[in-house]
Structures are given as C-alpha cells and as structure tokens.
Design a protein around this ligand. Structure first.
Ligand code: ZN
Length: 212
C-alpha cells in the first residue's frame, strides 16, 4: 500500500465511522501503521470534509514527520499501542453512544453473547479512568487491552484494534451493537446468562476457522 492509499483508507474508515453514528460531534479518531510510524486523523477537521492531505504522519514517539494539521489529541494511546502491541496494525477509537453509556458506568462487557469473542477473549474490560490525551490514559488502555482487540474507556469511549483498518472498524461496530444489547437487558431488569470460558474458547476457535 502506498502512503496515499493508506491515507485514503484512514479517511474512508473515519467517514464510515461517522456515517454509522459511532463518532458524534467530531469525536473519535483512526490510525494505521505506516513505514515504521503511523498515520492518524487530525484534530478539529470535520469527517465529511477530511481529505488525504489532512492525515498526519508521525513516528512511534508521536513526533510529526509530515502534515500541516495537528494530530489527534489521543495520539498518546495510539503510539503506546503500536509500541507494545505488534498485532495492532490499525486503531479505531469511538465515542459510540451505547458503548460509551456503558463505559460511563465503568463496566465492561461480560460474555453474554458469543460475539464478545470477536474482541479476543471471554469479556471486554473497562479501563480505569484517566484524563483524555494523557499518558496515564494510554497506560490504562494498554492494561485493559491485554489479550484483547478492544477495551472500553471509563467515562469516555471505546478503542478497537485490528490487523487491518477493516478489522478494527468491524470490532468497533460490534462492540457498539453488543453494548446496546447489554444495556437493553439491564434496562429491562434482566440478568443475562454468561457463557463460560470453555465455551468462549470454542467460539474463538470457530471464529479463527472462519477467518474473522
Ligand atoms: Zn476520545
């Protein structure tokens, strides 16, 4: 993939995220690895108007390599994830409404549905709260992501990672869907039946077989 193609893929993913209602009021951001560093969405540019020239190239320390825009304010957790998670090729961060509502209760998602396994384990954690844009948030997010492709951020939103932008985006969409189901059960006063770890291991093996 050329740098222009990678920049275009980030713009397309960011715009899809907004059209799907996962990024209200310019929230969220998208990045992918490129050439030993990363490409990331800028801060303050409406998604509908974003173009390839707005994407910012950074090294893994977060230093700007090229681009006239200011990189996303959440650059610290993007660089921290790429530095310590070799499996992460792309990151989608959202403030998607239902997952964010759940994250504001500082609860994660238990294995109430088998698709929780899409995020790599028998449950999705809610990382401890820290102020947006800080190194402390990056560290909390990394801990919450251990062995997972997604984490909720307390009183904030969601991070999804993947081997491709498409995979990270798919996880972000599924987390929003699952959070909606979970909130509906809680709102109805119903307790979900939680799938046990053995079953979730079988589900993960099945998902791997079907190339998810
Ligand atoms: Zn955010």
């Amino acid at each position: 993939m050329t740098e222009t193609e990678a920049r275009a893929a980030i713009v397309a993913t960011a715009q899809a995220m907004e059209r799907a209602g996962l990024a209200p009021n310019r929230s969220g951001n998208v990045s992918c690895r490129f050439d030993g560093g990363l490409l990331i969405t800028p801060s303050g540019v409406p998604y509908a108007e974003m173009c390839v020239a707005d994407i910012v190239a950074l090294d893994l320390a977060g230093v700007v390599r090229s681009g006239s825009r200011t990189p996303s304010s959440e650059t610290p957790f993007h660089t921290a994830i790429y530095r310590s998670r070799p499996d992460a090729e792309a990151i989608v961060h959202t403030h998607s409404p239902r997952a964010t509502a759940l994250a504001c209760t500082r609860r994660g998602l238990p294995a109430f549905h088998y698709m929780i396994a899409l995020a790599g384990g028998p449950g999705i954690r809610c990382a401890e709260y820290a102020t947006f844009g800080t190194q402390a948030l990056a560290e909390n997010a990394l801990r919450g992501l251990e062995g997972r492709q997604s984490v909720l951020l307390a009183n904030h939103g969601v991070i999804a990672i993947g081997a491709t932008l498409e995979a990270a985006y798919e996880v972000a969409c599924e987390i929003e869907n699952l959070a909606g189901q979970y909130l509906q059960m809680l709102a109805a006063g119903l307790e979900p039946v939680i799938l046990d770890d053995d079953e979730m291991q079988r589900v993960m093996a099945q998902l791997a077989q079907y190339g998810r």
